[in-house]
Design a binder for this molecule. Structure first.
Ligand code: CA
Length: 718
């Protein structure tokens, strides 16, 4: 490693394949009804008119409305009485993994998803369970996902609930009983596709994309008939192999922006999260992800914009016909997805009312576009960025810093990194203040070429060397890099493209946002607090300790005249898996819950004992050479790190290998790593991907970290 790289090393990240700490092996595909709770509210079907009406007592679509503003006009809970907000009930999800769900609320019932895609219906007033549904996902397939076994929620339409699964299925359930209507496979399981996003339903069509661009897939999103599950259309986000023929003229057009054998690793462009819909324009907007491999010098060696990577694409929802696109990061090479949350609003810009779409994608720029045409209106960085100086106002294209395009060059320390200046955590837009509230962060990364890269199905295929980005063993550099990593709640004025106010958090990877007409902005944090802020000033008005950190976004609803605020705790996902151990936050990361708040309530949260402590009295030892340990480090940094954590120190979501008895036993290690003894629990079998010598070198590296100066105490104090 060069000195440049050594002094540059930093981190941020995603996951890989993970052995779950919880073992919820409740096998069968059945509905478990709770006989004590009864559904007392009359059921009626949800249609487009209901979603458009945007009745504030419910939460009928992922972003509350098709415009995805995540702002509620409810104002019974306000700046004046927020001090009286307390916990009304909580529901224990029985998991220690990340919970990213946005609940859906209809007719007094709240629908949530949890680890391994368990769907649960609760009485929204009492928290009593009405039913739950276990789709019995294929956990070995789940291990091919990039970023924890998470899910962001269900959709509702008619009398049915729709949910995607980590193993690529789309399932329709009866909303009242949880009984399955249909269950279809949306992906080719030969490839590492996963679904973590929430479906949307537009005009009776259930829309769902998928993820997998870290490991190598071709992205697309699909519309299915809500009644029958029949596929209606599919929109590919990147072109396939020309030899197979292009699906349509749009793909033929897109292919002109690619070079070389771009289809070899799928090309990427997965649409794994954001969608919005404008019923007047009848346009569906979909956010498209990064390239596969990340490294454009490998993916499309002679350059090109590589459509529709990192773009917002507008299509006709009836047919999937392409209408327009705007590409945030042409020739994407840094995992700068444009899958981040998109918001539709009407803004007055230079004296004119404009129908806009707004996005703060990973690349660090805040975009305002005309959503009728895709025309670029304005773009400004909302955090410090080092890869581009600005967006050119004429062309709407970023003006890159030459060193940023690392293919064939020296590794480069850059802001943002692949975790993004803003990731999937939803933002909100308040029409009252005209501000967008962004869960923003600064999380740098070192990008560098991977020497001798070759595509391997089942491996990460980024074409970048992750060892450059692992945290250094030099204490001073470690501290300096750690100090660069930040998180904040940012109130952004989209018309003037400037900060209105900011609240600094202790670190990154905090929760999504809800704003309300009570003059409040709600956000949970990595350090296990759920707080409310004055929407105009950013003053913190209320705070509740949630024990477990929060990444999910809150929602609000009204029942029998009372306003409720709901948020899920469960600090997980890519940063938590990769860096939650070395960046301890105070979150115990052990108890996923749905927490529901109401004025005048004062239920105490039943805190759970920290069971994450492990026996450190006898650490494993190794007599492996420095060379072997270095080899183990390289292999670990390119595979295991994304789940088991930088410096082999996990957040507790998955076993901490340093203190695992398995690390002490070469036989047990081989059984799990090479032979797949825990494959059904999500720890994949590595046979065929690495050899036994490498597996043993990884074990030696883990042992060397266990005996290093980087201890739990060190991480907590530095
Ligand atoms: Ca990605």
């Amino acid at each position: 490693m060069s000195n440049l790289v050594k002094t540059a090393l930093i981190s941020t990240l995603f996951l890989f394949s993970c052995q779950p700490a919880d073992t919820d092996a409740n096998g069968t595909d059945t509905v478990k009804a709770d006989t004590k709770a009864e559904i007392s509210v009359a059921r009626k079907g949800v249609g487009e008119a209901d979603i458009l009406k945007a009745d504030a007592s419910s939460w009928l679509s992922h972003g509350r409305t098709y415009s995805e503003q995540r702002h509620s006009p409810l104002n019974k809970i306000s700046q004046n009485n927020i001090a009286d907000l307390g916990l009304q009930w909580s529901y224990d999800l029985g998991t220690s993994r990340g919970i990213e769900v946005t609940p859906i609320v209809h007719d007094g019932i709240i629908y949530i998803t949890s680890t391994w895609n368990i769907v649960t219906a609760l009485d929204a007033k009492s928290g009593a369970k009405l039913w739950d549904f276990d789709p019995v996902v294929d956990k070995e397939q789940a291990a091919k996902g990039c970023c924890d076994v998470v899910n962001r929620g269900v959709a509702i339409w008619g009398n049915d609930i729709f949910t995607g699964t980590i193993d690529g299925r789309l399932i329709s359930l009866d909303a009242k009983t949880g009984k399955k209507n249909w269950d279809i496979q949306t992906v080719d399981k030969k490839y590492p596709y996963t679904i973590t996003g929430a479906p949307r339903v537009v005009k009776g069509k259930v829309l769902i994309g998928n993820g997998g661009a870290e490991l190598g897939v071709r992205g697309y999103f699909t519309a299915y008939d809500a009644e029958s599950g029949k596929q209606l259309w599919r929109f590919y986000t990147v072109p396939g192999n020309p030899a197979d023929g292009f699906e349509n003229e749009t793909m033929e057009m897109a292919a002109k922006t690619w070079t070389g054998e771009y289809w070899a690793a799928g090309g990427g462009g997965t649409a794994w999260d954001s969608m919005a819909y404008d019923p007047e324009l009848d346009l569906l907007y979909v956010g498209v992800g990064n390239g596969s491999p990340w490294n454009q010098s490998i993916r499309s060696p002679d350059g090109g914009d590589n459509l529709f990577l990192s773009s917002i694409v507008a299509v006709k929802p009836d047919t999937g016909e392409y209408v327009w696109h705007y590409q945030t990061t042409p020739g994407e090479t840094w995992d700068y997805t444009a899958t981040q949350h998109m918001i539709l609003a009407e803004l007055e810009i230079e004296g004119k009312q404009r129908k806009v779409i707004m996005q703060a994608p990973k690349n660090g720029f805040f975009y305002v576009l005309d959503r009728e045409t895709g025309e670029f209106i304005s773009g400004k960085n909302f955090v410090p960025v080092t890869w581009a100086t600005h967006i050119d106002d004429e062309t709407g294209r970023p003006v890159e810093v030459p060193a940023a395009r690392y293919g064939g060059k020296a590794p480069v320390l850059q802001l943002p990194g692949p975790l993004g200046a803003h990731n999937w955590h939803p933002m909100s837009y308040s029409p009252d203040t005209g501000l967008v509230y962004i869960p923003a962060q600064e999380a740098p990364w070192v990008y560098g070429d991977k020497e001798g890269y070759e595509y391997q199905n089942g491996q990460w295929n980024t074409g970048t060397e992750f060892q450059f980005a692992a945290l250094p063993s030099d204490v001073a550099t470690f501290k300096a890099l750690k100090a660069m990593v930040k998180g904040r709640l940012l109130a952004w004025d989209p018309v003037n493209q400037k900060e209105a106010w900011v609240h600094e958090h202790d670190g990154p990877w905090n929760g999504g946002i809800l704003s309300t007409s009570g003059g409040l902005v709600f956000q949970g944090t990595a350090d296990a607090h759920f707080a409310a802020y004055n929407d105009k000033t950013g003053d913190k008005l209320w705070d509740f300790f949630t024990e477990t950190g929060i990444v999910a976004a809150p929602i609000t609803y009204e029942l029998d005249g009372d306003q409720y605020i709901a948020v899920a705790s469960g600090w997980g996902g890519s940063f938590t898996l990769g860096y939650g151990g070395v960046f301890p936050t105070g979150s115990k990361a052990t108890v996923g819950r749905l927490l529901v708040f109401k004025l005048g309530a004062d239920m105490a949260l039943t805190l759970k004992a920290d069971t994450s402590s492990v026996d450190k009295s006898s650490l494993p030892t190794t007599d492996a050479s420095a060379e072997v340990i270095a080899k183990g480090f390289n292999a670990y940094a390119n595979t295991c790190i994304v789940c088991h954590g930088d410096q082999a120190y996990s957040s507790g979501l998955v076993p901490n290998l340093r203190y695992s008895p398995i690390t002490k036993s070469p036989e047990a290690w081989k059984a799990i790593v090479m032979d797949g003894a825990l494959a059904t629990q999500g720890m994949p079998k590595w046979e065929g991907l690495i050899d036994n010598e490498t597996s043993e070198a990884i074990r030696a590296y883990v042992i060397s970290e266990a005996n290093s100066v980087f201890t739990e105490e060190f991480y907590e104090n530095n």
